[in-house]
Design a protein around this ligand. Structure first.
Ligand SMILES: Cc1cc2nc3c(=O)[nH]c(=O)nc-3n(C[C@H](O)[C@H](O)[C@H](O)COP(=O)(O)OP(=O)(O)OC[C@H]3O[C@@H](n4cnc5c(N)ncnc54)[C@H](O)[C@@H]3O)c2cc1C
Length: 410
């Protein structure tokens, strides 16, 4: 099994105590609860609050071995995986290596506009944001100071909306009175979305409410804004230059590069189109799940890249792998959609649950409940809830506002 994210972990749990020997390979030694990454990036939570060691999560699964290893190549024909050191064979394979950022062919932008996918990303974003305020406080040049106090988020999906909302609240509330030269409340937070509306995967009415809520807390939302260039101190929209020292990328997703070693046809995002039972076409013993794969529902629409999709697929792939090994027919995967939600800031969110559209505080409470309940293997689940609620309600982010010395991006 490759990957201890949502898909891999649920597959491993489904195989615990079953009559098979399972090896779970991950290049990191922890499971990461990505939906709370932006709270780490914006100093509301500590890194350790949202990461759990895979070994301890799977301690009781005696038939599961966890190995810290990077899989560099998959040989589907020979049923072998090449690792950073050595190789390993398999009878059945579950690939759940997730996805990373896509800069749509402009990988050189990454250094100026980091995305949010790992703990390292979150800590780097936190460092850049806090360092920008510190540098602005010492900057004598007015134009440069404005660039330091301009934060651009590219991409108006859930991650971009959440990041922009949290950045606005940091400037308007958390550190509003902490500086003497600059006025943090005057910082510009700009959210750029290439399409017609933010949160395009939500119903239009909720997109509008999300946009209104963002504007109320001071985010400048610009739709149909296509980024054509990113440099160390600016974002370009065609001929228009927006000077900004901090640019964050929340615009594109690409499947884990591992998919390119499979030798099967991939979609435009590098994802593996899978059979209804989640197996890789032509390889019934190998399954691909979660963000690295694309699975269609009964209407032919691709399932979204969400944690519940990966979790449910993990359980189905595990069951199908067992069925395959014991000579039984596999079963098709059916997604049970229990809703989608996105937060906009303190006590505001939008959600669609069971076909019902929610917004404002009710949606935020629903968001809070769901995300805390699904924190995997965290014994301190309620402590995390308390920490985070306290950071929100008191506007205090305490020690997490400490940053390392400024490092130039140039
Ligand atoms: C900032 C952010 C916020 C999000 N918010 C939400 C939300 O609110 N609700 C929601 O439902 N979803 C949310 N998502 C999406 C959700 O996190 C993903 O859909 C989910 O993590 C996909 O699970 P996965 O198992 O496919 O991949 P992942 O959880 O990404 O796990 C992939 C694992 O594979 C490992 N790996 C990758 N390549 C290799 C390799 N070559 N060798 C070994 N190991 C490898 C990685 O280390 C990782 O542990 C969010 C995502 C992000 C980035």
């Amino acid at each position: 099994m490759v990957g201890g994210g949502f898909g891999g972990l649920y597959a491993a749990r489904a195989l615990a105590s079953r009559p098979v020997r399972v090896t779970l390979l991950d290049r990191r030694n922890h499971h990461l609860f990505q939906p709370l990454l932006y709270q780490v990036a914006t100093a509301a939570l500590n890194a350790s609050d949202i990461a759990a060691p895979l070994r301890s999560v799977l301690r009781r699964a005696r038939n599961v071995t966890v190995l810290l290893a990077e899989v560099v190549r998959v040989d589907l024909a020979a049923r072998r995986l090449a690792l950073d050191r050595g190789e390993i064979g398999y009878d059945a394979l579950i690939l759940a290596a997730g996805a990373g950022h896509s800069y749509f062919g402009h990988e050189d932008w990454e250094v100026f506009a980091p995305g949010l996918k790992s703990l390292e990303d979150a800590l780097e974003i936190r460092r850049r944001v806090l360092s920008a305020y510190e540098s602005a406080e010492r900057e004598p040049d007015g134009a440069e100071q404005r660039a330091l106090l301009t934060f651009v988020v590219v991409g108006g999906g859930p991650t971009g909306v959440e990041l922009a909302g949290a950045l606005a609240e940091i400037s308007r509330q958390t550190i509003a009175r902490d500086f003497r030269v600059i006025d943090p409340t005057k910082a510009r937070i700009i959210l750029l979305e290439g399409g017609d509306r933010v949160l395009a995967s939500f119903p239009e009415a909720l997109s509008r409410r999300a946009q209104d809520a963002l504007q109320r807390i001071g985010v400048e939302v610009r739709t149909r804004a296509n980024v054509t260039r990113v440099t160390a101190d600016a974002v370009w929209l065609g001929g228009e230059q927006v000077r900004a020292r901090t640019v964050l990328w929340a615009a594109g997703v690409a499947a884990a590069p591992l998919t390119r070693t499979l030798g099967v046809t991939l979609d435009r995002s590098g994802r593996v189109p899978v059979e209804p039972d989640l197996s890789i076409p032509g390889h019934p013993e190998a399954f691909a799940i979660g963000d690295m794969s694309v699975c269609r529902d009964r209407t032919g629409a691709p399932l979204p890249g969400l944690a519940p999709v990966a979790m449910q697929q993990g359980s189905r792939a595990a069951d199908n792998a067992l069925r395959r090994l014991s000579g039984q027919p596999t079963r098709p995967f059916r997604y049970r959609d229990r809703g989608t939600m996105a937060t906009i800031g303190r006590a505001a969110a939008v959600a669609v649950v069971g076909g019902v559209q929610l917004s404002g505080l009710v949606a935020w409470l629903a968001w809070l409940f769901v995300h805390i309940m699904f924190l995997i293997g965290f014994r301190n689940r309620f402590l995390v809830l308390f920490e985070w609620a306290w950071a929100y309600l008191s506007w205090q982010r305490g020690a997490r506002l400490i940053t390392r010395p400024w490092r130039s991006r140039d």
